[in-house]
Design a protein around this ligand. Sequence first.
Ligand SMILES: Cc1cc2nc3c(=O)[nH]c(=O)nc-3n(C[C@H](O)[C@H](O)[C@H](O)COP(=O)(O)O)c2cc1C
Length: 404
Amino acid sequence: MIGIETSNAPYLLEPFELSRSLTLRNRICMGSMTRNRNTNANKPTSAATQYYTDRARNGAGLIVAEGTFISPTGSEWLHAPLMTSLSHALAWKPITSAVHSVGGTIFFQPWHEGRAQNDLAPMLLETSYPVLAPSAIPAKAGKYRFLPGVPGHTSNITAMTPSHIVDVIAQYATSCSLAKTAGFDGVEIIAQGGYLIHNFLCTRSNTRTDVYGGSAPNRCRFLLEVVDAIAAVYPMSRIGVKIAPCDNVADIACSYPELSETYTFLIRELVRKGIGFVNLSRRGCAKGEPNDDFSDSTTRPDGMELPTGYEPLDEFGPLVKCEGSRTKLMVNYGYSVDEAEELVKQGRIDLITFGRPFIYNPEQDLVERIRKNVPFVKNDRGGKVNYGPYEEVNENYNDWPTAT
Ligand SMILES: Cc1cc2nc3c(=O)[nH]c(=O)nc-3n(C[C@H](O)[C@H](O)[C@H](O)COP(=O)(O)O)c2cc1C
């Protein structure tokens, strides 16, 4: 049944039942985006209420809020949010309420950066909290502009003990409980980006010899335990997992056979659990529209090349869209409206994430453009629009013109 018969993207714009208790008004998701504007002690301000509400009004079926730290973090983004106390939850409440008041749905994204941190960042210096990762193997890249010399990620890493693992899984659950208090409708777990969960998945960053390292099932164990812990807070059908099998951000690429084996096992397990959705990114596989400065991670180390023309949706999509699966499939990275519409029409995906277009096209404008087949506005302001620097939080955040 098609919702809006006259639209140029009728499939994308039709309502979509994510779970029995949650119907989204369309299949369009605003991807989680760190915007580095939580200037009130890592809590959002009224600027964030405006930003999310503008994009929810008559807009996306689902918004995933920016990645939010579950513990003190040595981040490149000093003004990313933290969710460790009731005061954090209460600061998000006006945002979730405002999104709901205009008919939107908003999910929380718990975030642990793993080895992609710098221990000289203020939050870690203040708390003496260590940089935890599965193994003490430094990540390449990173750019800590606020530190002298602009260093990369730290090599001062503490390999997680079994008790660290228990503690961090509990931090995931606690942050999600607080998110529930804050009024979030569900959770998307970030398992990509070179961050903690991704560090566990890949042998390049995980050389553990216990039950969390070695085989694919062992490397997936940490994520699957995080999922189970969060499922004690939110129904499994309201939890999504975001993965990027081909990504090489923060030096995380693995060989193709490892990639194939790991993600095949992982996706089958997630589907078996009845996870709400898998959000599959094709970042790193050279498909989609040309990359901008956000991060082109297609260059892979020798011996870790992908098969020519590789597209992860071809390999992993059928594992989600299979008989008996309750799990929905979302995709992201460089998709156009036409490509997403065609994939939904063919029954190959259920949901589409747009990330960058939601920065430059305030939401009511973006969905209206899809409805009327008007091209998205492109960013003509350069790379600093993403994370700053900015003179004032609203700059490049709440000052994009509405064209329609
Ligand atoms: C400025 C910026 C910040 C981002 N921050 C996050 C984040 O916090 N968590 C996450 O899962 N993805 C993050 N992403 C990735 C987006 O959610 C999305 O997956 C990606 O941009 C691909 O979609 P697009 O090609 O439509 O932009 C970020 C992307 C951008 C551009």
